[in-house]
Design a binder for this molecule. Structure first.
Ligand code: 2P0
Length: 311
């Protein structure tokens, strides 16, 4: 039996849309931070047949089954009993598929002695869920061409940012990210503009991280997030992920910033708000978001490490 852990990551320069080619490749480079405060723990052991338990419930997951079949096309892997547990809401815009595939390939790699290094694990994780490639690494992480294996940009200690997650719904999303991206690629009039801007956003964010320039990172990260949601909203049918509480939280973050706090927001394919801040602002940000009507739960996190075997 082998147990691995991985954390979700949140993109500060988002990707939304895939390349029209095999390998589950993002259409544009993207950049994330890994969150210590949310954890997926995955255990694999040999069994007579494959079986997957997600959060203690037996699960039929076509995505995981297809991915396992592909892995078995390259490696000799016996039937596996897989259990995976998230200590945070699953499939609700908190990147559980990212931590899930990162923990799974890390556990299988160790258990079945596949001999993959972290970059190769990242590539396999990406084939399960593109954002999962980034959860192999901690701190600040890039997912870039030509290899589309994640690349660590900086360790957490380089710039120990904090993240306050405001959970505004525990419902699983109705349209998967993959299906939503394809809808946007085919129907949003803003899709091409979105892809055109990605390289500039990526360069600006990388420079801001290297220079620890919070204001510059805030500007480019909020811009990337809002451009992605503009693409989502202008898809047909529209992909509208925000609740009234999400909008109230974004307004709250802007007000906090006007009051002098170092904070910006980012939002993924779900209604949760992630407020990224300097440690000196984290208490004020958490208090303000906790007091926002419609916020169900606050999760606070520092930046975390990459996927690893724990036993
Ligand atoms: C991101 N998201 O860059 C963007 C922003 C959500 C919004 O990557 O189809 O898990 O499983 O490969 O990569 C979520 O989508 O999609 C995602 P699949 P993925 O973090």
């Amino acid at each position: 039996m082998t147990t691995a852990q991985a954390h979700p990551n949140i993109a500060l320069v988002k990707y939304w849309g895939k390349q029209d080619s095999p390998g589950n490749l993002p259409a544009a480079q993207n950049l994330s931070i890994t969150l210590a405060g949310l954890t997926t723990t995955t255990r694999v052991s040999e069994a007579d047949d494959d079986g997957i338990w997600l959060n203690d419930k037996p699960t039929e997951d076509a995505k995981i089954s297809r991915w396992l079949a592909r892995l078995r096309g390259t490696f000799d892997i016996p039937p596996l009993h897989i259990t995976s547990h998230n200590d945070f809401p699953t499939s609700a815009g908190l990147a559980s598929s990212a931590s899930g595939f990162a923990a799974l390939i890390t556990a299988i790699n160790a258990h079945c002695q596949l001999g993959l290094n972290a970059e190769m694990c990242s590539e396999w994780a990406r084939m399960g869920s593109a954002s999962a490639a980034r959860s192999l690494f901690g701190g600040f992480v890039a997912l870039v061409p030509p290899l589309w294996q994640a690349v660590p940009l900086a360790m957490s200690a380089h710039w120990p940012l904090e993240v306050v997650v405001a959970v505004t719904s525990n419902e699983a999303k109705t349209v998967s990210s993959g299906a939503g991206m394809e809808r946007s690629r085919l129907t949003s009039p803003f899709y091409k503009t979105w892809l055109r801007d990605a390289a500039t956003d990526f360069a600006q964010a990388s420079q801001a991280i290297a220079a620890k320039d919070f204001g510059a990172l805030a500007t480019v990260a909020e811009s990337s997030c809002l451009k992605m949601h503009s693409v989502m909203l202008t898809s047909q049918p529209s992909l509208s992920y925000w609740t009234p509480a999400s909008i109230a939280c974004m307004d709250g973050v802007r007000s906090l910033r006007e009051e002098g706090q170092d904070v910006f927001f980012t939002v993924d394919a779900g209604p949760q708000i992630k407020a990224v801040c300097l440690p000196s602002s984290a208490d004020a940000v958490a208090a303000a978001l906790a007091a926002t009507p419609g916020v169900l739960q606050i999760i606070r996190s520092t930046l975390g490490e990459g996927a690893r075997v724990i036993g």
